[in-house]
Write a protein that binds this ligand. Structure first.
Ligand SMILES: Nc1ncnc2c1ncn2[C@@H]1O[C@H](COP(=O)(O)OP(=O)(O)O)[C@@H](O)[C@H]1O
Ligand SMILES: [Mg+2]
Length: 257
């Protein structure tokens, strides 16, 4: 089945329609390379979350194919597929009645790991996201700050070491300082782990900072894929508002010096 040199994720002529008519995604063609962080950039309602959900088959295409490791998501055993793919969302989506440790142990447990292995992995992965085990393992989500919850969400997504990570505006609800801190740590982590990451954001600065490439979405369609340099050189009318917004932000920062 899978060609290790082929893309990790491929959208081939993908459409997604509601009730067979209203089109949320139209004719999406996109490859995500192994080990890259691809940023899905677009304004609210442009179809970013729908695109992510088509990857882990929370949704199935109305037309076309989404392939993960060369195989259509509709041919995967859906449980296997989801365990192959970590998913981290805004507000972290933790189970409120589970402790940090129990939240992070979720997938390894479902995978039937030995308790000793689970316990050492939970320690390891909490360490990885900057949360000392002894301090945080028995807390409940409502005993954590927003940034700490997001770290636990990331730890949970990473726990069973999936090769693919989907992140849906993971830092969107955080205060600017905490966001900057987590963005920095994400970059450091990605340097080490080299996961295939699809990261949703509406923030152009975040996209430029964290991504190898930017896939720009508008009204359910892909407007183009760019490296950071290509993005700034582009004369595409869909790109221009983002460059303007980025430059306006830099002007504001300079004015504050
Ligand atoms: N289940 C649904 N039924 C009807 N419309 C939906 C549904 N899910 C999403 N939408 C609409 O589809 C568009 C794309 O949504 P979404 O993928 O969540 O956008 P984004 O994540 O970029 O903000 C939006 O206009 C949204 O309102
Ligand atoms: Mg969304």
């Amino acid at each position: 089945m899978s060609d290790p040199s082929g893309p990790a994720i491929e959208f081939v002529n993908v459409h997604y329609r509601i009730d067979g008519k209203h089109s949320l995604i139209s004719n999406l063609n996109l490859s995500v390379l192994r080990g890259e962080a691809l940023m899905l950039l677009g304004r609210s309602g442009s179809g970013k979350t729908t695109t992510l959900k088509l990857i882990n088959r929370l949704l199935a295409p109305s037309e076309g194919e989404v392939r993960v490791d060369g195989r259509s998501t509709t041919e995967w055993d859906v449980i296997r597929l989801r365990r192959h793919i970590g998913y981290s969302i805004q507000e972290a989506g933790l189970f409120p009645h589970y402790t940090v440790q129990e939240n992070v142990a979720l997938v390894p447990k479902l995978e039937g790991w030995e308790p000793a292995r689970i316990s050492s992995r939970v320690q390891e992965v909490l360490q990885l996201v900057g949360l000392p085990f002894h301090q945080f393992s028995s807390r409940y989500p409502d005993q954590l700050s927003g940034g700490q919850r997001q770290r636990v969400g990331l730890a949970r997504a990473l726990a069973a070491d999936p090769p693919i990570l989907l992140m849906d505006e993971p830092f969107g609800a955080l205060d600017p300082m905490t966001r900057a801190e987590l963005q920095h740590e994400f970059m450091e982590l990605q340097k080490r782990l080299r996961k295939t990451v699809v990261f949703v954001t509406h923030d152009v600065a975040e996209a430029l900072m964290l991504g190898n490439r930017i896939a720009l979405m508008d009204s359910g369609a892909l407007k183009g894929i760019f490296t950071g340099a290509e993005f700034f050189r582009s004369s595409d009318t869909a790109v221009k508002p983002y460059i303007d917004a980025f430059q306006a932000m830099q002007q504001t920062l300079k004015a504050g010096d």
